[in-house]
Design a binder for this molecule. Sequence first.
Ligand code: NI
Length: 226
Amino acid sequence: MLLHIPEVLSAGEAEEFRRALEEAAWVDGRGTAGHLSAPVKHNSQLHWQDPVAVRLGGLIVARLERHPMFLSAALPREVLAPLFNRYDGGGSYGPHIDGAIRPVDGSSRKIRTDLSMTLMLSDPADYGGGELRIEDRAGGRSIKLPAGDAILYPANSVHQVTPVTRGIRLAAFTWIQSLVRDDSDRATLFELDAAILRLPEDPATDAARLQLTNIYHSLLRRWADL
Ligand code: NI
């Protein structure tokens, strides 16, 4: 399931992020790429220990932890500390996949990457190209979102960032290990949650709400790994 998550950050907050990132110490993005993806990766990133990355990444995670749509769709077990990238002057990232397992920086732990997320920080009017293209069974989708919005997608999708032909494209990205490993199981729970929330507030629907909520938790109990 590909899901557009609006307003993880407000437009004003995204602007503050861009200002902070202007001053940051960008390094070659190939440092964190695997041997298959390094040759097609042409961007800059912040080191995970960069103080700007640590501060802004923490703010993003705090927002995600309170974002109802993100929580319902991702059912996060763990959100990795976001990283930051910058594409300009023809920078691109050719078709690649994200590895299934990622180390948790600064610890000996690892997570399984069930979901990838990109949070756009630049306004689409401020750069040309730079679309996030995600392949799915329906063919593929080219995504360009307002600053502060995010796209959540299965981490096993082939994806790419098309060349940035003008301006600068800044984004944050991270991976999520979900309580529910399977994408279609997770999508079922997301739909069921949305349907329960759509029931009108009326005593006549109370019994149905309780019954559906029980089904939601029964499925979550069956599918969740902790
Ligand atoms: Ni990727």
